[in-house]
Write a protein that binds this ligand. Sequence first.
Ligand SMILES: NC(=O)c1ccc[n+]([C@@H]2O[C@H](COP(=O)([O-])OP(=O)(O)OC[C@H]3O[C@@H](n4cnc5c(N)ncnc54)[C@H](O)[C@@H]3O)[C@@H](O)[C@H]2O)c1
Length: 343
Amino acid sequence: MEIKQIKMGIVGAGTWGETHASIYAEHLFADPVAICDKDEVRARAIAEKYGIREVYTDYNEMAEKSDIDAVAIVTPDFLHADIACKFADCKKHLLIEKPLATTREDIGRICEAVERNGVRCMVDLHNRWNPPFNTAKQEVESGKLGEPYTAYIRHSDVKWVATDMLKWASKSSILWFLGSHSLDTLRWIFDDEVKRVYSIKKEGILKALGVDTADIYLTTIEFERGGIAHMENGWVTPNGNTNINDFKFSLLCTKGMVSLDLSSHNLIHLVTDEKAVTPDILVSNMVFDRCKGLSYESIRDFIDRLVDGKEFRVTLEDSRKTALAIIAMLESSETGMPVEVEY
Ligand SMILES: NC(=O)c1ccc[n+]([C@@H]2O[C@H](COP(=O)([O-])OP(=O)(O)OC[C@H]3O[C@@H](n4cnc5c(N)ncnc54)[C@H](O)[C@@H]3O)[C@@H](O)[C@H]2O)c1
């Protein structure tokens, strides 16, 4: 039996670009054909490791020459739009790493190019595939908890992510990097759109370490049907934390509540003379050399939906509204005033 494989290209051969390559390489319905990075050495290293046949340093050339069906855009947060528009113009489907884009203009340009070219586009807001969140969503949908009333979500990283892992943290924000996941999750669980936000930031710790970005944002969110949520996103959790993420969630509904602790779970605890850690078993855990976590599931779902033609579980409209609400939070944190989200 012949299997139809989706021929994939990847732009951005950094940390997360390698995650994409490993997933396409092992997915039965995907074939990683091409990879592009401005840094040729990086692109070649990943190409060799995962059997990717074409290497480019110019994404325009890859878009025009490579016989791919779709592209994964895995460049820094603020460098998604030009690449997305170019590949859409070359009739390639798009999987864009979160966030969709970081300015109102870029968000509009991508949506226009997707619409005009009739291509499909998903943004990798993968927390919907996180098993505890997915179960919480199912419980809410069952109706037994009543209506979502208030929620608290905390999704923060240890400092190391901003100071060492990302070379471009100064040009982004924890609101883009993790806040976009938090907000997409809240919108999905409340099944509602954000009406107004009030965000306050603290800064100083990262600036003193040479990274010119805010440390932490605390945001109050009002939904259109009256739900309220508090969202906390920081890049300054101590590096000694047992998990790279500090990830908590609680949801109060009119007839029940649900609470999640995803970073201090009791499923596995590992202690050496140096450190105690809570290994990741949800995001990118490996089972017999295969990535099985939610970061695998969302990317696999993109391929599956291209094969079966069904709607993506994160629509372009989801990612557009999430990005526009994050822009409102950033504006609120600058002005010190609540901001109505403009869609
Ligand atoms: N889904 C997740 O949970 C998750 C996790 C990590 C990163 N990300 C996202 O993935 C994206 C990339 O993050 P990363 O950590 O891999 O960053 P990274 O810095 O490790 O890699 C980015 C790569 O893009 C390349 N690049 C930049 N501009 C380019 C251009 N014009 N053409 C070709 N290559 C170019 C850089 O040379 C670099 O190799 C970001 O949007 C980030 O938010 C998502």
